[in-house]
Design a protein around this ligand. Structure first.
Ligand SMILES: N[C@@H](CCC(=O)N[C@@H](CS)C(=O)NCC(=O)O)C(=O)O
Length: 214
């Protein structure tokens, strides 16, 4: 049986993406709590030993050490024959949304939420800039889900896992109460949360939390 070891910290939506994928595919994984708040990913020795990119998550699959959630999700989708789209056109669409999510939705939401909730005195002008960008990305997602159930085609795929990664955390962390502000996005989250085996982030990613300032 393949063993999976996930280096993570509980607040990491990127870690949640991989934990959720493995869980929905019926796979157990060993959670390896990482002291992100203590700065371990900035240490030269950690970068040398674990991930040269200085990022969490890292997924160990047997002797392989994998990083970057998008290619990992695609690889797991191929391995388990799950959530990879119905045909080549859908595979292209999945890739398109994975790039968009990494650059835009997750890229900004992760940083905004981290600054806002987990740092003591974020610069208000930086927060305002980021929030304006996220408002735009959420409006793109809202329009998208007004006419479809999932990100690509009519079935759940790894594109949903990627895009939802940071939207399942408590609203007081992100500063977005999507049920009120983005009903189509919120309905999509509800559809994903209704999938058999779905669990919320802090359920799948236990352990010592970062200090919160809100
Ligand atoms: N594109 C990467 C993003 C990973 C990432 O940014 N992870 C955060 C924690 S959730 C991190 O390690 N940030 C450290 C930094 O940016 O210096 C992925 O999908 O895995």
């Amino acid at each position: 049986m393949t063993t999976y070891r996930l280096h993570y910290f509980p607040e990491s939506g990127n870690s949640y993406k991989l934990a959720l994928m493995l869980t929905l595919c019926g796979q157990d994984f060993e959670p390896i709590w990482t002291d992100f708040g203590g700065g371990i990913t900035r240490m030269a020795s950690w970068r040398e030993r674990v991930n040269e990119m200085g990022e969490i998550p890292v997924l160990e699959v047997e002797s392989l050490r994998l990083t970057q959630t998008a290619p990992i999700l695609l690889r797991l989708a191929e391995r388990f024959g799950r959530f990879s789209g119905a045909n080549q056109d859908e595979a292209f669409e999945i890739l398109r949304w994975l790039f968009w999510d990494n650059h835009k939705l997750t890229g900004y939401m992760a940083t905004y939420r981290f600054l806002r909730a987990f740092t003591p005195s974020p610069d208000p002008s930086v927060l305002a800039f980021m929030r304006k960008r996220i408002d735009d990305y959420l409006s793109i997602a809202e329009r998208h889900f007004q006419s479809r159930s999932f990100v690509v085609g009519d079935q759940f795929t790894v594109a949903d896992i990627s895009m939802i990664g940071y939207l399942c955390f408590p609203p007081d962390e992100s500063g977005y109460d999507l049920a009120g502000s983005h009903p189509a996005v919120s309905a999509w989250i509800g559809r994903v949360a209704a999938l058999p085996g779905w669990r919320p982030p802090y359920d799948l990613l236990p352990g010592k939390r970062l200090q919160r300032y809100r």
